[in-house]
Write a protein that binds this ligand. Structure first.
Ligand SMILES: [Zn+2]
Length: 110
């Protein structure tokens, strides 16, 4: 991973902080860190999320059934083409992101 000198400088100084200073730093950083986490997840890409979720085979995210069929594609708000699936057991449809944290982080997607 690329190391940025300015970041490295800050990291070097972290070791010199007192416990109280570390606590303040943590409070200051917390809102930033949660934003960064979303960006990193976004960079991981949908394919990796899809692979991770369905590595055990395609299954229904609602009832766990393996009786799934592809049910067409659709465009999300960002214009990305996504696969939609239909569960033959419970009849619900879902997509690659249904039930993952990314499905609820639309506001922070640019
Ligand atoms: Zn189902």
């Amino acid at each position: 991973m690329e190391r940025f000198p300015r970041v490295q400088q800050i990291v070097d100084q972290l070791g010199q902080l007192t416990v109280s200073e570390q606590e303040q730093l943590y409070r200051e950083l917390r809102p930033w860190v949660s934003g960064i986490k979303v960006q990193v997840e976004q960079q991981m890409g949908l394919q990796e999320i899809r692979d991770a979720r369905f590595s055990q085979g395609l299954h229904c995210v609602r009832c766990g059934s393996l009786a799934i069929k592809r049910n067409g594609r659709f465009q999300d708000e960002q214009g990305h083409l996504k696969q939609r699936y239909l569960c033959k057991t419970c009849g619900r449809t879902f997509n690659d992101l249904t039930g993952t944290p990314l499905a609820y982080s639309k506001k922070q997607w640019m």
